[in-house]
Design a protein around this ligand. Structure first.
Ligand code: CA
Length: 225
C-alpha cells in the first residue's frame, strides 16, 4: 500500500517507515500535523494514513477532522498513547477508522492495516466526497442532495447547476460559465434558461435556496458558509 505516516517522534517514525517498507509498502513520513494534512489532501494515491494524536502543531484529532471535512475517505489508523475510552470515542468521532494504543507490536499495526484496506476496498465506505454550503450537502458519488439532512429530488440539470455553484463557493459564476458547465456540450439554450433553472433549484431547496445569491447583471454565487 501507499501509506502516509504522521508521527512527530522521529525515531518511532523512522522505525515505522523501515518496518513498513520491509513489508513492501511505500511510505511518506510527515513529522507535524500541518504537513501531514497537506500530504493527505494533496498527494495522489495515498491509500491509508497512520496518524499520531499528539503532534506539535495541531492535534491528530484536528488532522482527522479536517481530512473528513475535505470529503476524503482516506482510511485513518490513529496511534494514541492515551488509552482512555473518551479519547478513543473522540478519535473515532473525528473520523478515524481504527486506533492503536502505544506501545504496540508492529505485527498488530500490520494486521490493523490489512483490515483497514480490506474494509475500504470491500465497498463498506463512508459517504463519498461531499460539497457543502450551510444546510445544503451534495454527494457526488451517490448524486444525492440533502437539505438539513432531508433528501431533495433534483432533475439532472438542476443537480449539475447546484454542483457547479457548490464547487466554487463565494465565487460569482456568470450565466455563460453555468451554461458551459451544467449543460451538455452542443446543446443550444439561451441564458434565460439558466435563470429559469436557478429559479426551479431555489424552489426545491426551500429556505436554503437563499444560499444561491443573485449577482445582478452577472450571474449567481453560492454563499460561502
Ligand atoms: Ca507524538
Amino acid at each position: 500500500m501507499h501509506l502516509l505516516v504522521v508521527e512527530d517522534d522521529r525515531k518511532l517514525g523512522r522505525l515505522l517507515r523501515r518496518m513498513l517498507e520491509d513489508d513492501r509498502h511505500v511510505v511518506e513520513l510527515a513529522t507535524d500535523g500541518k504537513s501531514g494534512l497537506e500530504i493527505a489532501l494533496d498527494a495522489q494515491g495515498i491509500e491509508a494514513m497512520i496518524l499520531d494524536l499528539g503532534l506539535p502543531d495541531m492535534s491528530g484529532l484536528e488532522v482527522a477532522r479536517e481530512v473528513r471535512e475535505a470529503g476524503s475517505e482516506l482510511p485513518i489508523l490513529v496511534l494514541t498513547a492515551r488509552d482512555t475510552v473518551g479519547d478513543r470515542v473522540t478519535g473515532l468521532d473525528a473520523g478515524a477508522d481504527d486506533y492503536l494504543v502505544k506501545p504496540f507490536a508492529y505485527q498488530e499495526l500490520a494486521a490493523r492495516l490489512r483490515a483497514l484496506s480490506r474494509r475500504s476496498s470491500s465497498g463498506l465506505k463512508r459517504p463519498g466526497p461531499r460539497l457543502i454550503s450551510g444546510p445544503i450537502a451534495l454527494d457526488e458519488s451517490t448524486r444525492r442532495v440533502m437539505v438539513d439532512g432531508l433528501a431533495v429530488d433534483l432533475t439532472p440539470r438542476e443537480f449539475a447547476l447546484l454542483e457547479c455553484l457548490l464547487r466554487h463557493p463565494g465565487q460569482v459564476m456568470s450565466r455563460d460559465q453555468l451554461l458551459d458547465q451544467a449543460w451538455p456540450y452542443g446543446v443550444t439554450v439561451t441564458l434565460n434558461a439558466v435563470d429559469a433553472y436557478v429559479h426551479y433549484l431555489r424552489d426545491k431547496l426551500g429556505a436554503a435556496g437563499g444560499h444561491i445569491e443573485t449577482v445582478r447583471g452577472v450571474g449567481y454565487r453560492m454563499a460561502a458558509s
